[in-house]
Design a protein around this ligand. Structure first.
Ligand code: PMT
Length: 403
């Protein structure tokens, strides 16, 4: 059983999705985990502690200052005895408390007192999810290393449609497994590209794009943390140095291609960079002046690093993974890109801007689809770190290294 011996502390917040927490307990138990649960006062409006205990086989905790609980197991011990804390559903209120460090009740106290990883499965009305306060809290929680799964799009109990439905129990279980199942990639060499490239027009101007490097850096760090010797080739980004074996900073697509070539041989190559497709044929050596007529720029195609790695004549990595950044026909275009570039897997993500002008580029979360020979696998909305962790687990499976 996948989660044998693992202990999960499940915090059930108040929301109609609380009923799905019962299904999650059943799935966790089937996977071999033991489950203790805290049912918040709001959660208890939707489901009973009796049904939680009946499924978990353990007593359900509800009050912060319960003398019996404190004498059996204090709230600090409760939060530390677990291998993972899962909040499902995670309400806007619980997220806000955790983001600022408030602890007025047992659930928020356990979250603040723990020294273990925390996974949130948010569920709320779409407007609450989109509210700037929730966005700020989400960003702060992601920065603090909290794992996030969902929410999904769909019709909500309140009758509105949009993003806010809690991830399904199977999706939450997959996120839990990715966090709790250690993988070992020792002895594997990995190459990751990240960030944009800047193609100079003159000494002060360039052609570029909005990639922040977050997704590529998260992948490089996850591989490195799993024991892989990892070379990260990064375009110009504002991120601080990543935890990797080697970080090579480059500016242009040609420099990125040369740095990748120099990193070979590797076992895995993951091209997460948003490489400019073209560069200016003859960049000006002095700053172009505005009073002159607007310059016409002659663009020349850049090398396609992913295609070159996929067709490398002498050192093709055993596993080549590309990304497809699309604004329409996501899966169809991604499948065509996988075939055209010759990579083994392609990770499709939609980079269109939402109603608030936000895009995957630069944000902290991503909803991806993994396309391989076996077909397409859709993952729920995850933090970029969780996408990286899940991808690392997939890579470990490929190399027969899954725990
Ligand atoms: O950096 P973030 O802000 O975290 O955002 C992450 C991301 C959206 C940039 C990332 O998830 C992503 O989608 N990266 C690929 C962006 C891209 O350029 O996609 P594409 O569909 O244009 O290219 C397809 C693949 O070919 C990519 O793997 C790309 O790295 C590669 N490529 C493209 C052109 C080129 N000249 N050389 C390449 O290697």
């Amino acid at each position: 059983m996948e989660l044998s011996g693992k202990r999960v502390l499940l915090i059930i917040g108040g929301g109609i999705a609380a009923y799905k927490a019962l299904e999650l307990i059943r799935r966790l138990k089937d996977a071999g985990a033991s489950v203790h649960a805290i049912l918040t006062a709001a959660g208890a409006q939707f489901i009973t502690s009796l049904s939680v205990s009946a499924l978990s086989g353990e007593r359900t905790y509800q009050e912060l200052f319960d003398l019996t609980v404190e004498s059996e197991m204090g709230h600090i011990a409760l939060s530390r005895a677990a291998d993972l804390l899962v909040v499902a559903p995670a309400t806007a209120d619980l997220m806000a408390k955790l983001a600022v460090g408030l602890a007025p009740d047992l659930a928020s106290t356990a979250l603040l007192a723990t020294d273990k990883p925390v996974l949130l499965a948010p569920a709320m009305n779409v407007r609450m999810w989109q509210h700037p306060a929730t966005r700020r809290n989400l960003a702060a929680l992601t920065r603090d290393g909290i794992h996030i799964v969902g929410p999904n799009d769909g019709e909500m109990a309140c009758g509105e449609f949009g993003q806010g439905r809690m991830a399904e129990p199977a999706e939450i279980l997959a996120a839990i497994t990715a966090i709790l199942k250690p993988v070992n990639l020792a002895g594997i060499r990995a190459l990751v590209t990240a960030g944009p490239t800047h193609e100079p027009i003159d000494p002060v101007r360039y052609l570029g794009n909005r990639s922040s490097g977050k997704q590529g850096y998260a992948i490089a760090e996850a591989l490195f943390n799993a024991g892989a010797e990892t070379v990260l080739v990064s375009g110009p980004v504002a991120l601080t140095a990543a935890a990797t074996s080697k970080l090579v900073r480059v500016e242009t697509a040609i420099e990125m291609r040369d740095a990748c070539e120099a990193a070979l041989p590797v076992d895995i190559a993951i091209c997460a960079a948003a490489v400019a497709d073209w560069h200016v044929e003859h960049p000006h050596t002095t700053k172009l002046k505005k009073p002159n007529a607007p310059p016409s720029l002659v663009l020349v195609e850049n090398p396609d690093i992913l295609a070159e790695l996929s067709h490398h004549p002498t050192a093709r990595p055993k596993l080549v993974i590309g990304f497809a950044a699309e604004t329409g026909n996501l899966l169809v275009n991604a499948a065509a890109k996988r075939a055209a570039k010759g990579c083994d897997w392609i990770i499709a993500n939609d980079v269109s801007t939402d109603t608030q002008g936000k895009s995957v580029m630069g944000s902290d979360s991503n909803r991806v689809h993994l396309l391989s020979e076996a077909g397409a696998e859709s993952w729920p909305l995850l933090s970029k770190r969780d996408v990286a962790q899940r991808l690392t687990a997939k890579i470990a499976q490929f190399f027969g290294r899954a725990a």
